[in-house]
Design a protein around this ligand. Structure first.
Ligand SMILES: *Cc1c(COP(=O)(O)O)cnc(C)c1O
Length: 430
């Protein structure tokens, strides 16, 4: 499989080079040169496949010959080694729980797959690889956990001091080993700027083998389509479900659309957004206008100009009509999100996190207009990760709560740095 750049001004590369490069040299996103068709036999008999068999069949064409089959099987087995249950909330809505991984958010799948692929690619290289990543919260934990103890790879995570939740901070700062957390006295944008400067610094890059674990990396994006196959495997109804995806950077929903394009029978995709509604506005008007980021309680979706939107355009060959046939957009306010969390807990005993609640509210609106349909929402994080007032009042008693308690007791280890590129450079070169 070859990958081309969405800016169409860079050489085509294989999966290995696309994963190592992250972004194409012309600043475009890598996109597969053809969309593999899934064997109709697999779709017909999806329930008889194990998750690992499914995963291998789906992912293999995207990896091509970059990783031998036995290695790819091992990588996939490690990536999906936790349950992804489809839980019925009411007679029309089910929730695909993507938060049973080590850091309680769906990003674990992409981060685990990517870390193991890069670990495999690092084996053939004598210099140590340094993975640099800036995080506003969830990405850092998933990446830290994914790369922990991967040989030949060091991880440096930059996070804004005092601006991530307690749990998120503990997930970043308590692993140690090959993972270092730099606690930046600044904002997330400052962290991102420092990382970008490092990638632009040719002297630094001649001394260090730098790579990024940014969410646009194909090795994080491609495996996310597995969610949709796992959902289909557990779906009991004859009619294809509508699928509501809490969306920020639009990587997750775009991977679902990729699954649909390759033959997985799914209904309408519902792009569930908070107040950041560049894409819902586009779906209404046909005009895409990036917007300044608005802070909300579903903070992982606070993106004003989603990077993966270009991949949606690519997937539908710029046809606004085709995009509207497959996707419908909703924007849900913070107050609707809070009342959805409360109402869903009261009515169904099901506890949503703010991101899942945005998707639930959007799906309810959609189903109210489509009386004969049913739907699935992707629950992207465990509610315990977010200290919002409504979730704080609920009682959690499951094993995730015990994990979180253990995490709270661990000692945070971070290096406090000023928000200046020189501080990062000094650290990297020491
Ligand atoms: C990252 C994230 C999202 C948004 O996913 P995208 O792929 O960026 O659209 C939604 N929910 C949670 C909990 C997240 O961490």
């Amino acid at each position: 499989m070859k990958y081309y750049s969405t800016n169409k001004n860079a050489p085509e590369v294989d999966f290995r080079e696309a994963s190592i490069n992250g972004l194409a040299p012309d600043r475009g996103l890598y996109f597969p040169s053809s969309i593999p068709k899934v064997d109709p036999y697999l779709i017909e008999n999806i329930k008889s496949y194990s998750n690992l068999d499914l995963a291998f069949n789906i992912i293999k064409p995207y990896v091509g010959t970059a990783i031998p089959d036995n290695e790819l099987l091992r990588i996939l087995a490690e990536t999906i080694s936790f349950e992804i249950p489809l839980v019925t909330i009411n007679e029309r809505i089910s929730s695909l729980e993507l938060y049973h991984g080590p850091t309680f958010a769906f990003k674990d799948i992409g981060a685990r797959f990517m870390s193991r692929c890069l670990g495999y690619f690092a084996e053939g290289i004598s210099t140590k690889m340094t993975v640099l990543v800036a995080t506003s919260g969830d990405t850092g934990g998933a990446v830290a956990n994914g790369f922990y103890n991967v040989p030949g790879v060091d991880v440096v995570i930059l996070y804004p001091s005092g601006r991530v939740s307690d749990i998120q901070e503990k997930q970043l700062t308590t692993l140690g080993g090959n993972v270092t957390a730099l606690e930046v006295l600044g904002t997330f944008d400052d962290c991102q700027k420092m990382v970008k400067e490092a990638f632009a610094d040719t002297t630094l890059r001649s001394k260090l083998f730098l790579t990024s674990a940014n969410s646009i990396n194909v090795a994080r994006w491609i495996p996310q389509q597995l969610f949709y196959f796992f959902a289909a495997k557990q779906w009991e109804d004859d009619f294809a479900p509508a699928v509501a995806v809490p969306s920020g950077n639009f990587g997750n929903i775009c991977s679902g659309l990729l699954a649909k394009k390759s033959g997985l029978p799914l209904g309408k995709f519902i792009a569930a957004c908070n107040a950041n509604q560049a894409v819902p506005s586009y779906l209404k008007t046909g005009k895409y206008i990036p917007q300044p980021t608005i802070s909300t309680i579903s903070n992982a979706m606070d993106v004003g100009d989603p990077s993966n939107f270009v991949r949606i355009i690519e997937l539908y060959k710029s046809s606004y009509q085709d995009i509207c046939n497959d996707i419908v957009g909703y924007s849900i306010s913070d107050s609707e999100t809070k009342s959805t969390i409360e109402a869903t807990f009261k009515k169904f005993g099901y506890w949503l996190d703010p991101h899942g609640a945005v998707a639930f509210a959007a799906l309810e609106s959609y189903l109210a207009e489509h009386k004969d349909e049913k739907g699935i929402l992707l629950e992207t994080a465990h509610p315990i990760k977010f200290d919002c007032e409504t979730t704080a009042s609920g009682a959690i008693t499951d094993s995730i709560a015990q994990n979180v308690e253990m995490l709270r007791k661990k000692e945070k280890k971070s290096l406090l740095v000023k928000s200046s590129y020189n501080e990062l450079k000094d650290y990297l070169l020491q």
